[in-house]
Design a protein. Structure first.
Length: 495
């Protein structure tokens, strides 16, 4: 399938443009026109105006574009771009960023029923619950003295630049709905992801690449990740995320077939766009504008993508800093470096999934593996952005969709929604601090409880967007990323 078709996303709805002659009235007048022709021509004219507005210079979303806010955010933004390091599967908070000495003391003993009675569990529901202490050691890092597990020594080295939130909680206890909730604020299918919301509001800063790009890597304990996690939902499809391949060619069919030169490709695209434009004059469908824009972007990507993905051209000390063994090998380290190059190239939202944190069993073997594959590159990304002067306006979010139980499940831990940890850094975030806390066993978030919607509200705030005033009319309602709740911007973590 040619690249231009790949980026078409959704096809415009099929409409019949055939007309049948209808009896005319007052045909003696040279200015007379029947009702069907009048409506057809009037609608075509309005459709043409709308299309021109949508595609402008034929670069809607495929070129620098201000989004619906028109560059006029509600207040001064601190962030320009986001990179979301998504630890898919749910890292154990009590083995990473939330030390619990009391839990260690109870290791192997019955878990107090007062914590779990009436609580929702995943696979442990109805089982005999025993406390499972951490198999890792914690130590203080940096001037701030943040306690971090010895599984993450590199992240520990940037402790003074990150804010660890230990009081996260969520609503969904299974992977796909929990990931959907973190990405879109809802488990209902067809809701836009947070990356799509940002593109809708702020647009893209590049005309040669998608404004929202996704990369995947994996290790043992890999759960599947659905493409709905980066869907545009009910927003126009030009705002959805585009998955690049982590290994081999980042985009399939990025080159022309044998015998097709650049000028022939250009002619073909011009002709397809002309046909789409003719359809747009007949039917007002925003997806036609998307199709035209994506053909144009695909043409430009044929030259921009190979240059972007040539990370082997990076200096050796940069490759070593990230821990890249073989450029483009599909590893999280390689994806982090490619993600930094995307941010430099104007991509608004980059999402890197590492599938390898679902440790129902073998946690003492598999969690260190996942940590080793992600720790160095995560810290290197922060350091690299900082040395390039980009950290001040780039937001980094690191974490999974939920945590793991402080009770054991065989040789591992079950899913846990009442408490988990993540960290943020960069644009407008205070470094060297811990926000919130859990109880003494790490079961419930108790102090400065932080919801997923609070994270969404805070992210929008950093981009200068008031979440209360940022919506999209859908099915008669003003839909928002933050839902119908009233989340709070986490002002304590803002610089």
């Amino acid at each position: 399938m040619p690249l231009n078709w790949q980026l078409g996303y959704k096809h415009a709805a099929s409409y019949s443009t055939s007309t049948k002659p209808s009896p005319a009235t007052n045909m003696d007048s040279p200015l007379s026109i029947n009702r069907r022709s009048f409506l057809d021509k009037s609608f075509a004219g309005l459709g043409g105006i709308a299309l021109s507005h949508l595609i402008g210079d034929s670069s809607a979303q495929s070129g620098p574009w201000n989004g619906v806010l028109g560059g006029n955010t509600h207040f001064a933004p601190k962030a320009k771009r986001v990179i979301h390091l998504c630890m898919a599967g749910g890292p154990s908070h009590v083995d990473s960023f939330d030390p619990k000495p009391k839990l260690n003391e109870l290791h192997g003993k019955p878990f107090p029923e007062s914590f779990t009675k009436g609580q929702q569990l995943a696979q442990l529901q109805g089982a005999v619950l025993k406390a499972r202490g951490s198999f890792t050691k914690f130590k203080k890092h940096g001037k701030s003295g943040i306690e971090i597990s010895d599984l993450f020594p590199h992240i520990g080295s940037v402790a003074d630049d990150i804010c660890v939130i230990r009081s996260m909680h969520t609503e969904q206890i299974n992977h796909d709905p929990a990931q959907a909730f973190f990405n879109s604020g809802s488990i209902v299918k067809g809701r836009p992801s947070m990356g799509s919301w940002l593109l809708y509001g702020l647009g893209s800063e590049t005309k040669d690449l998608p404004g929202y790009v996704v990369l995947l890597s994996k290790s043992a304990g890999a759960q599947p990740v659905s493409s709905r996690q980066w869907s545009a939902g009910f927003l126009p499809s030009k705002f959805q995320g585009v998955q690049f391949q982590s290994k081999g060619n980042a985009v399939h069919y990025v080159g022309n077939p044998d015998g097709v030169c650049q000028s022939a490709q250009r002619q073909m695209i011009d002709e397809v766009n002309r046909l789409n434009g003719s359809l747009a004059e007949k039917t007002y469908d925003p997806e036609i504008a998307t199709r035209i824009a994506q053909y144009e972007m695909a043409f430009r990507m044929q030259s921009s993508v190979p240059e972007l993905t040539a990370i082997e051209n990076e200096p050796q000390h940069i490759l070593d800093m990230y821990g890249v063994k073989n450029a483009g090998d599909g590893s999280f380290a390689s994806n982090c470096l490619l993600g930094r190059r995307m941010l430099e190239s104007g991509v608004r939202f980059v999402q890197l999934y590492h599938r390898g944190w679902d440790h129902h069993s073998g946690i003492e073997k598999n969690m260190p593996t996942a940590a080793k594959l992600t720790d160095q590159a995560s810290a290197a990304l922060l350091k690299d952005l900082k040395q390039r002067g980009m950290l001040d306006d780039t937001l980094i979010i690191w974490g999974g969709e939920f945590g793991r139980t402080p009770m054991g499940q065989g040789s591992g831990r079950d899913h846990h929604i009442n408490a988990f940890s993540l960290w943020m850094a960069g644009a407008g975030i205070k470094g060297g601090m811990v926000h919130g806390s859990t109880d003494e066993l790490g079961y419930n978030a108790v102090e400065d409880r932080t919801s997923v919607h609070d994270i969404h509200a805070t992210m929008l705030h950093l981009f200068g967007i008031d979440y209360n005033r940022f919506s999209y009319k859908f099915q008669g309602l003003d839909a928002r990323l933050t839902g119908v709740e009233h989340p709070e911007v986490i002002k304590q973590i803002l610089s």
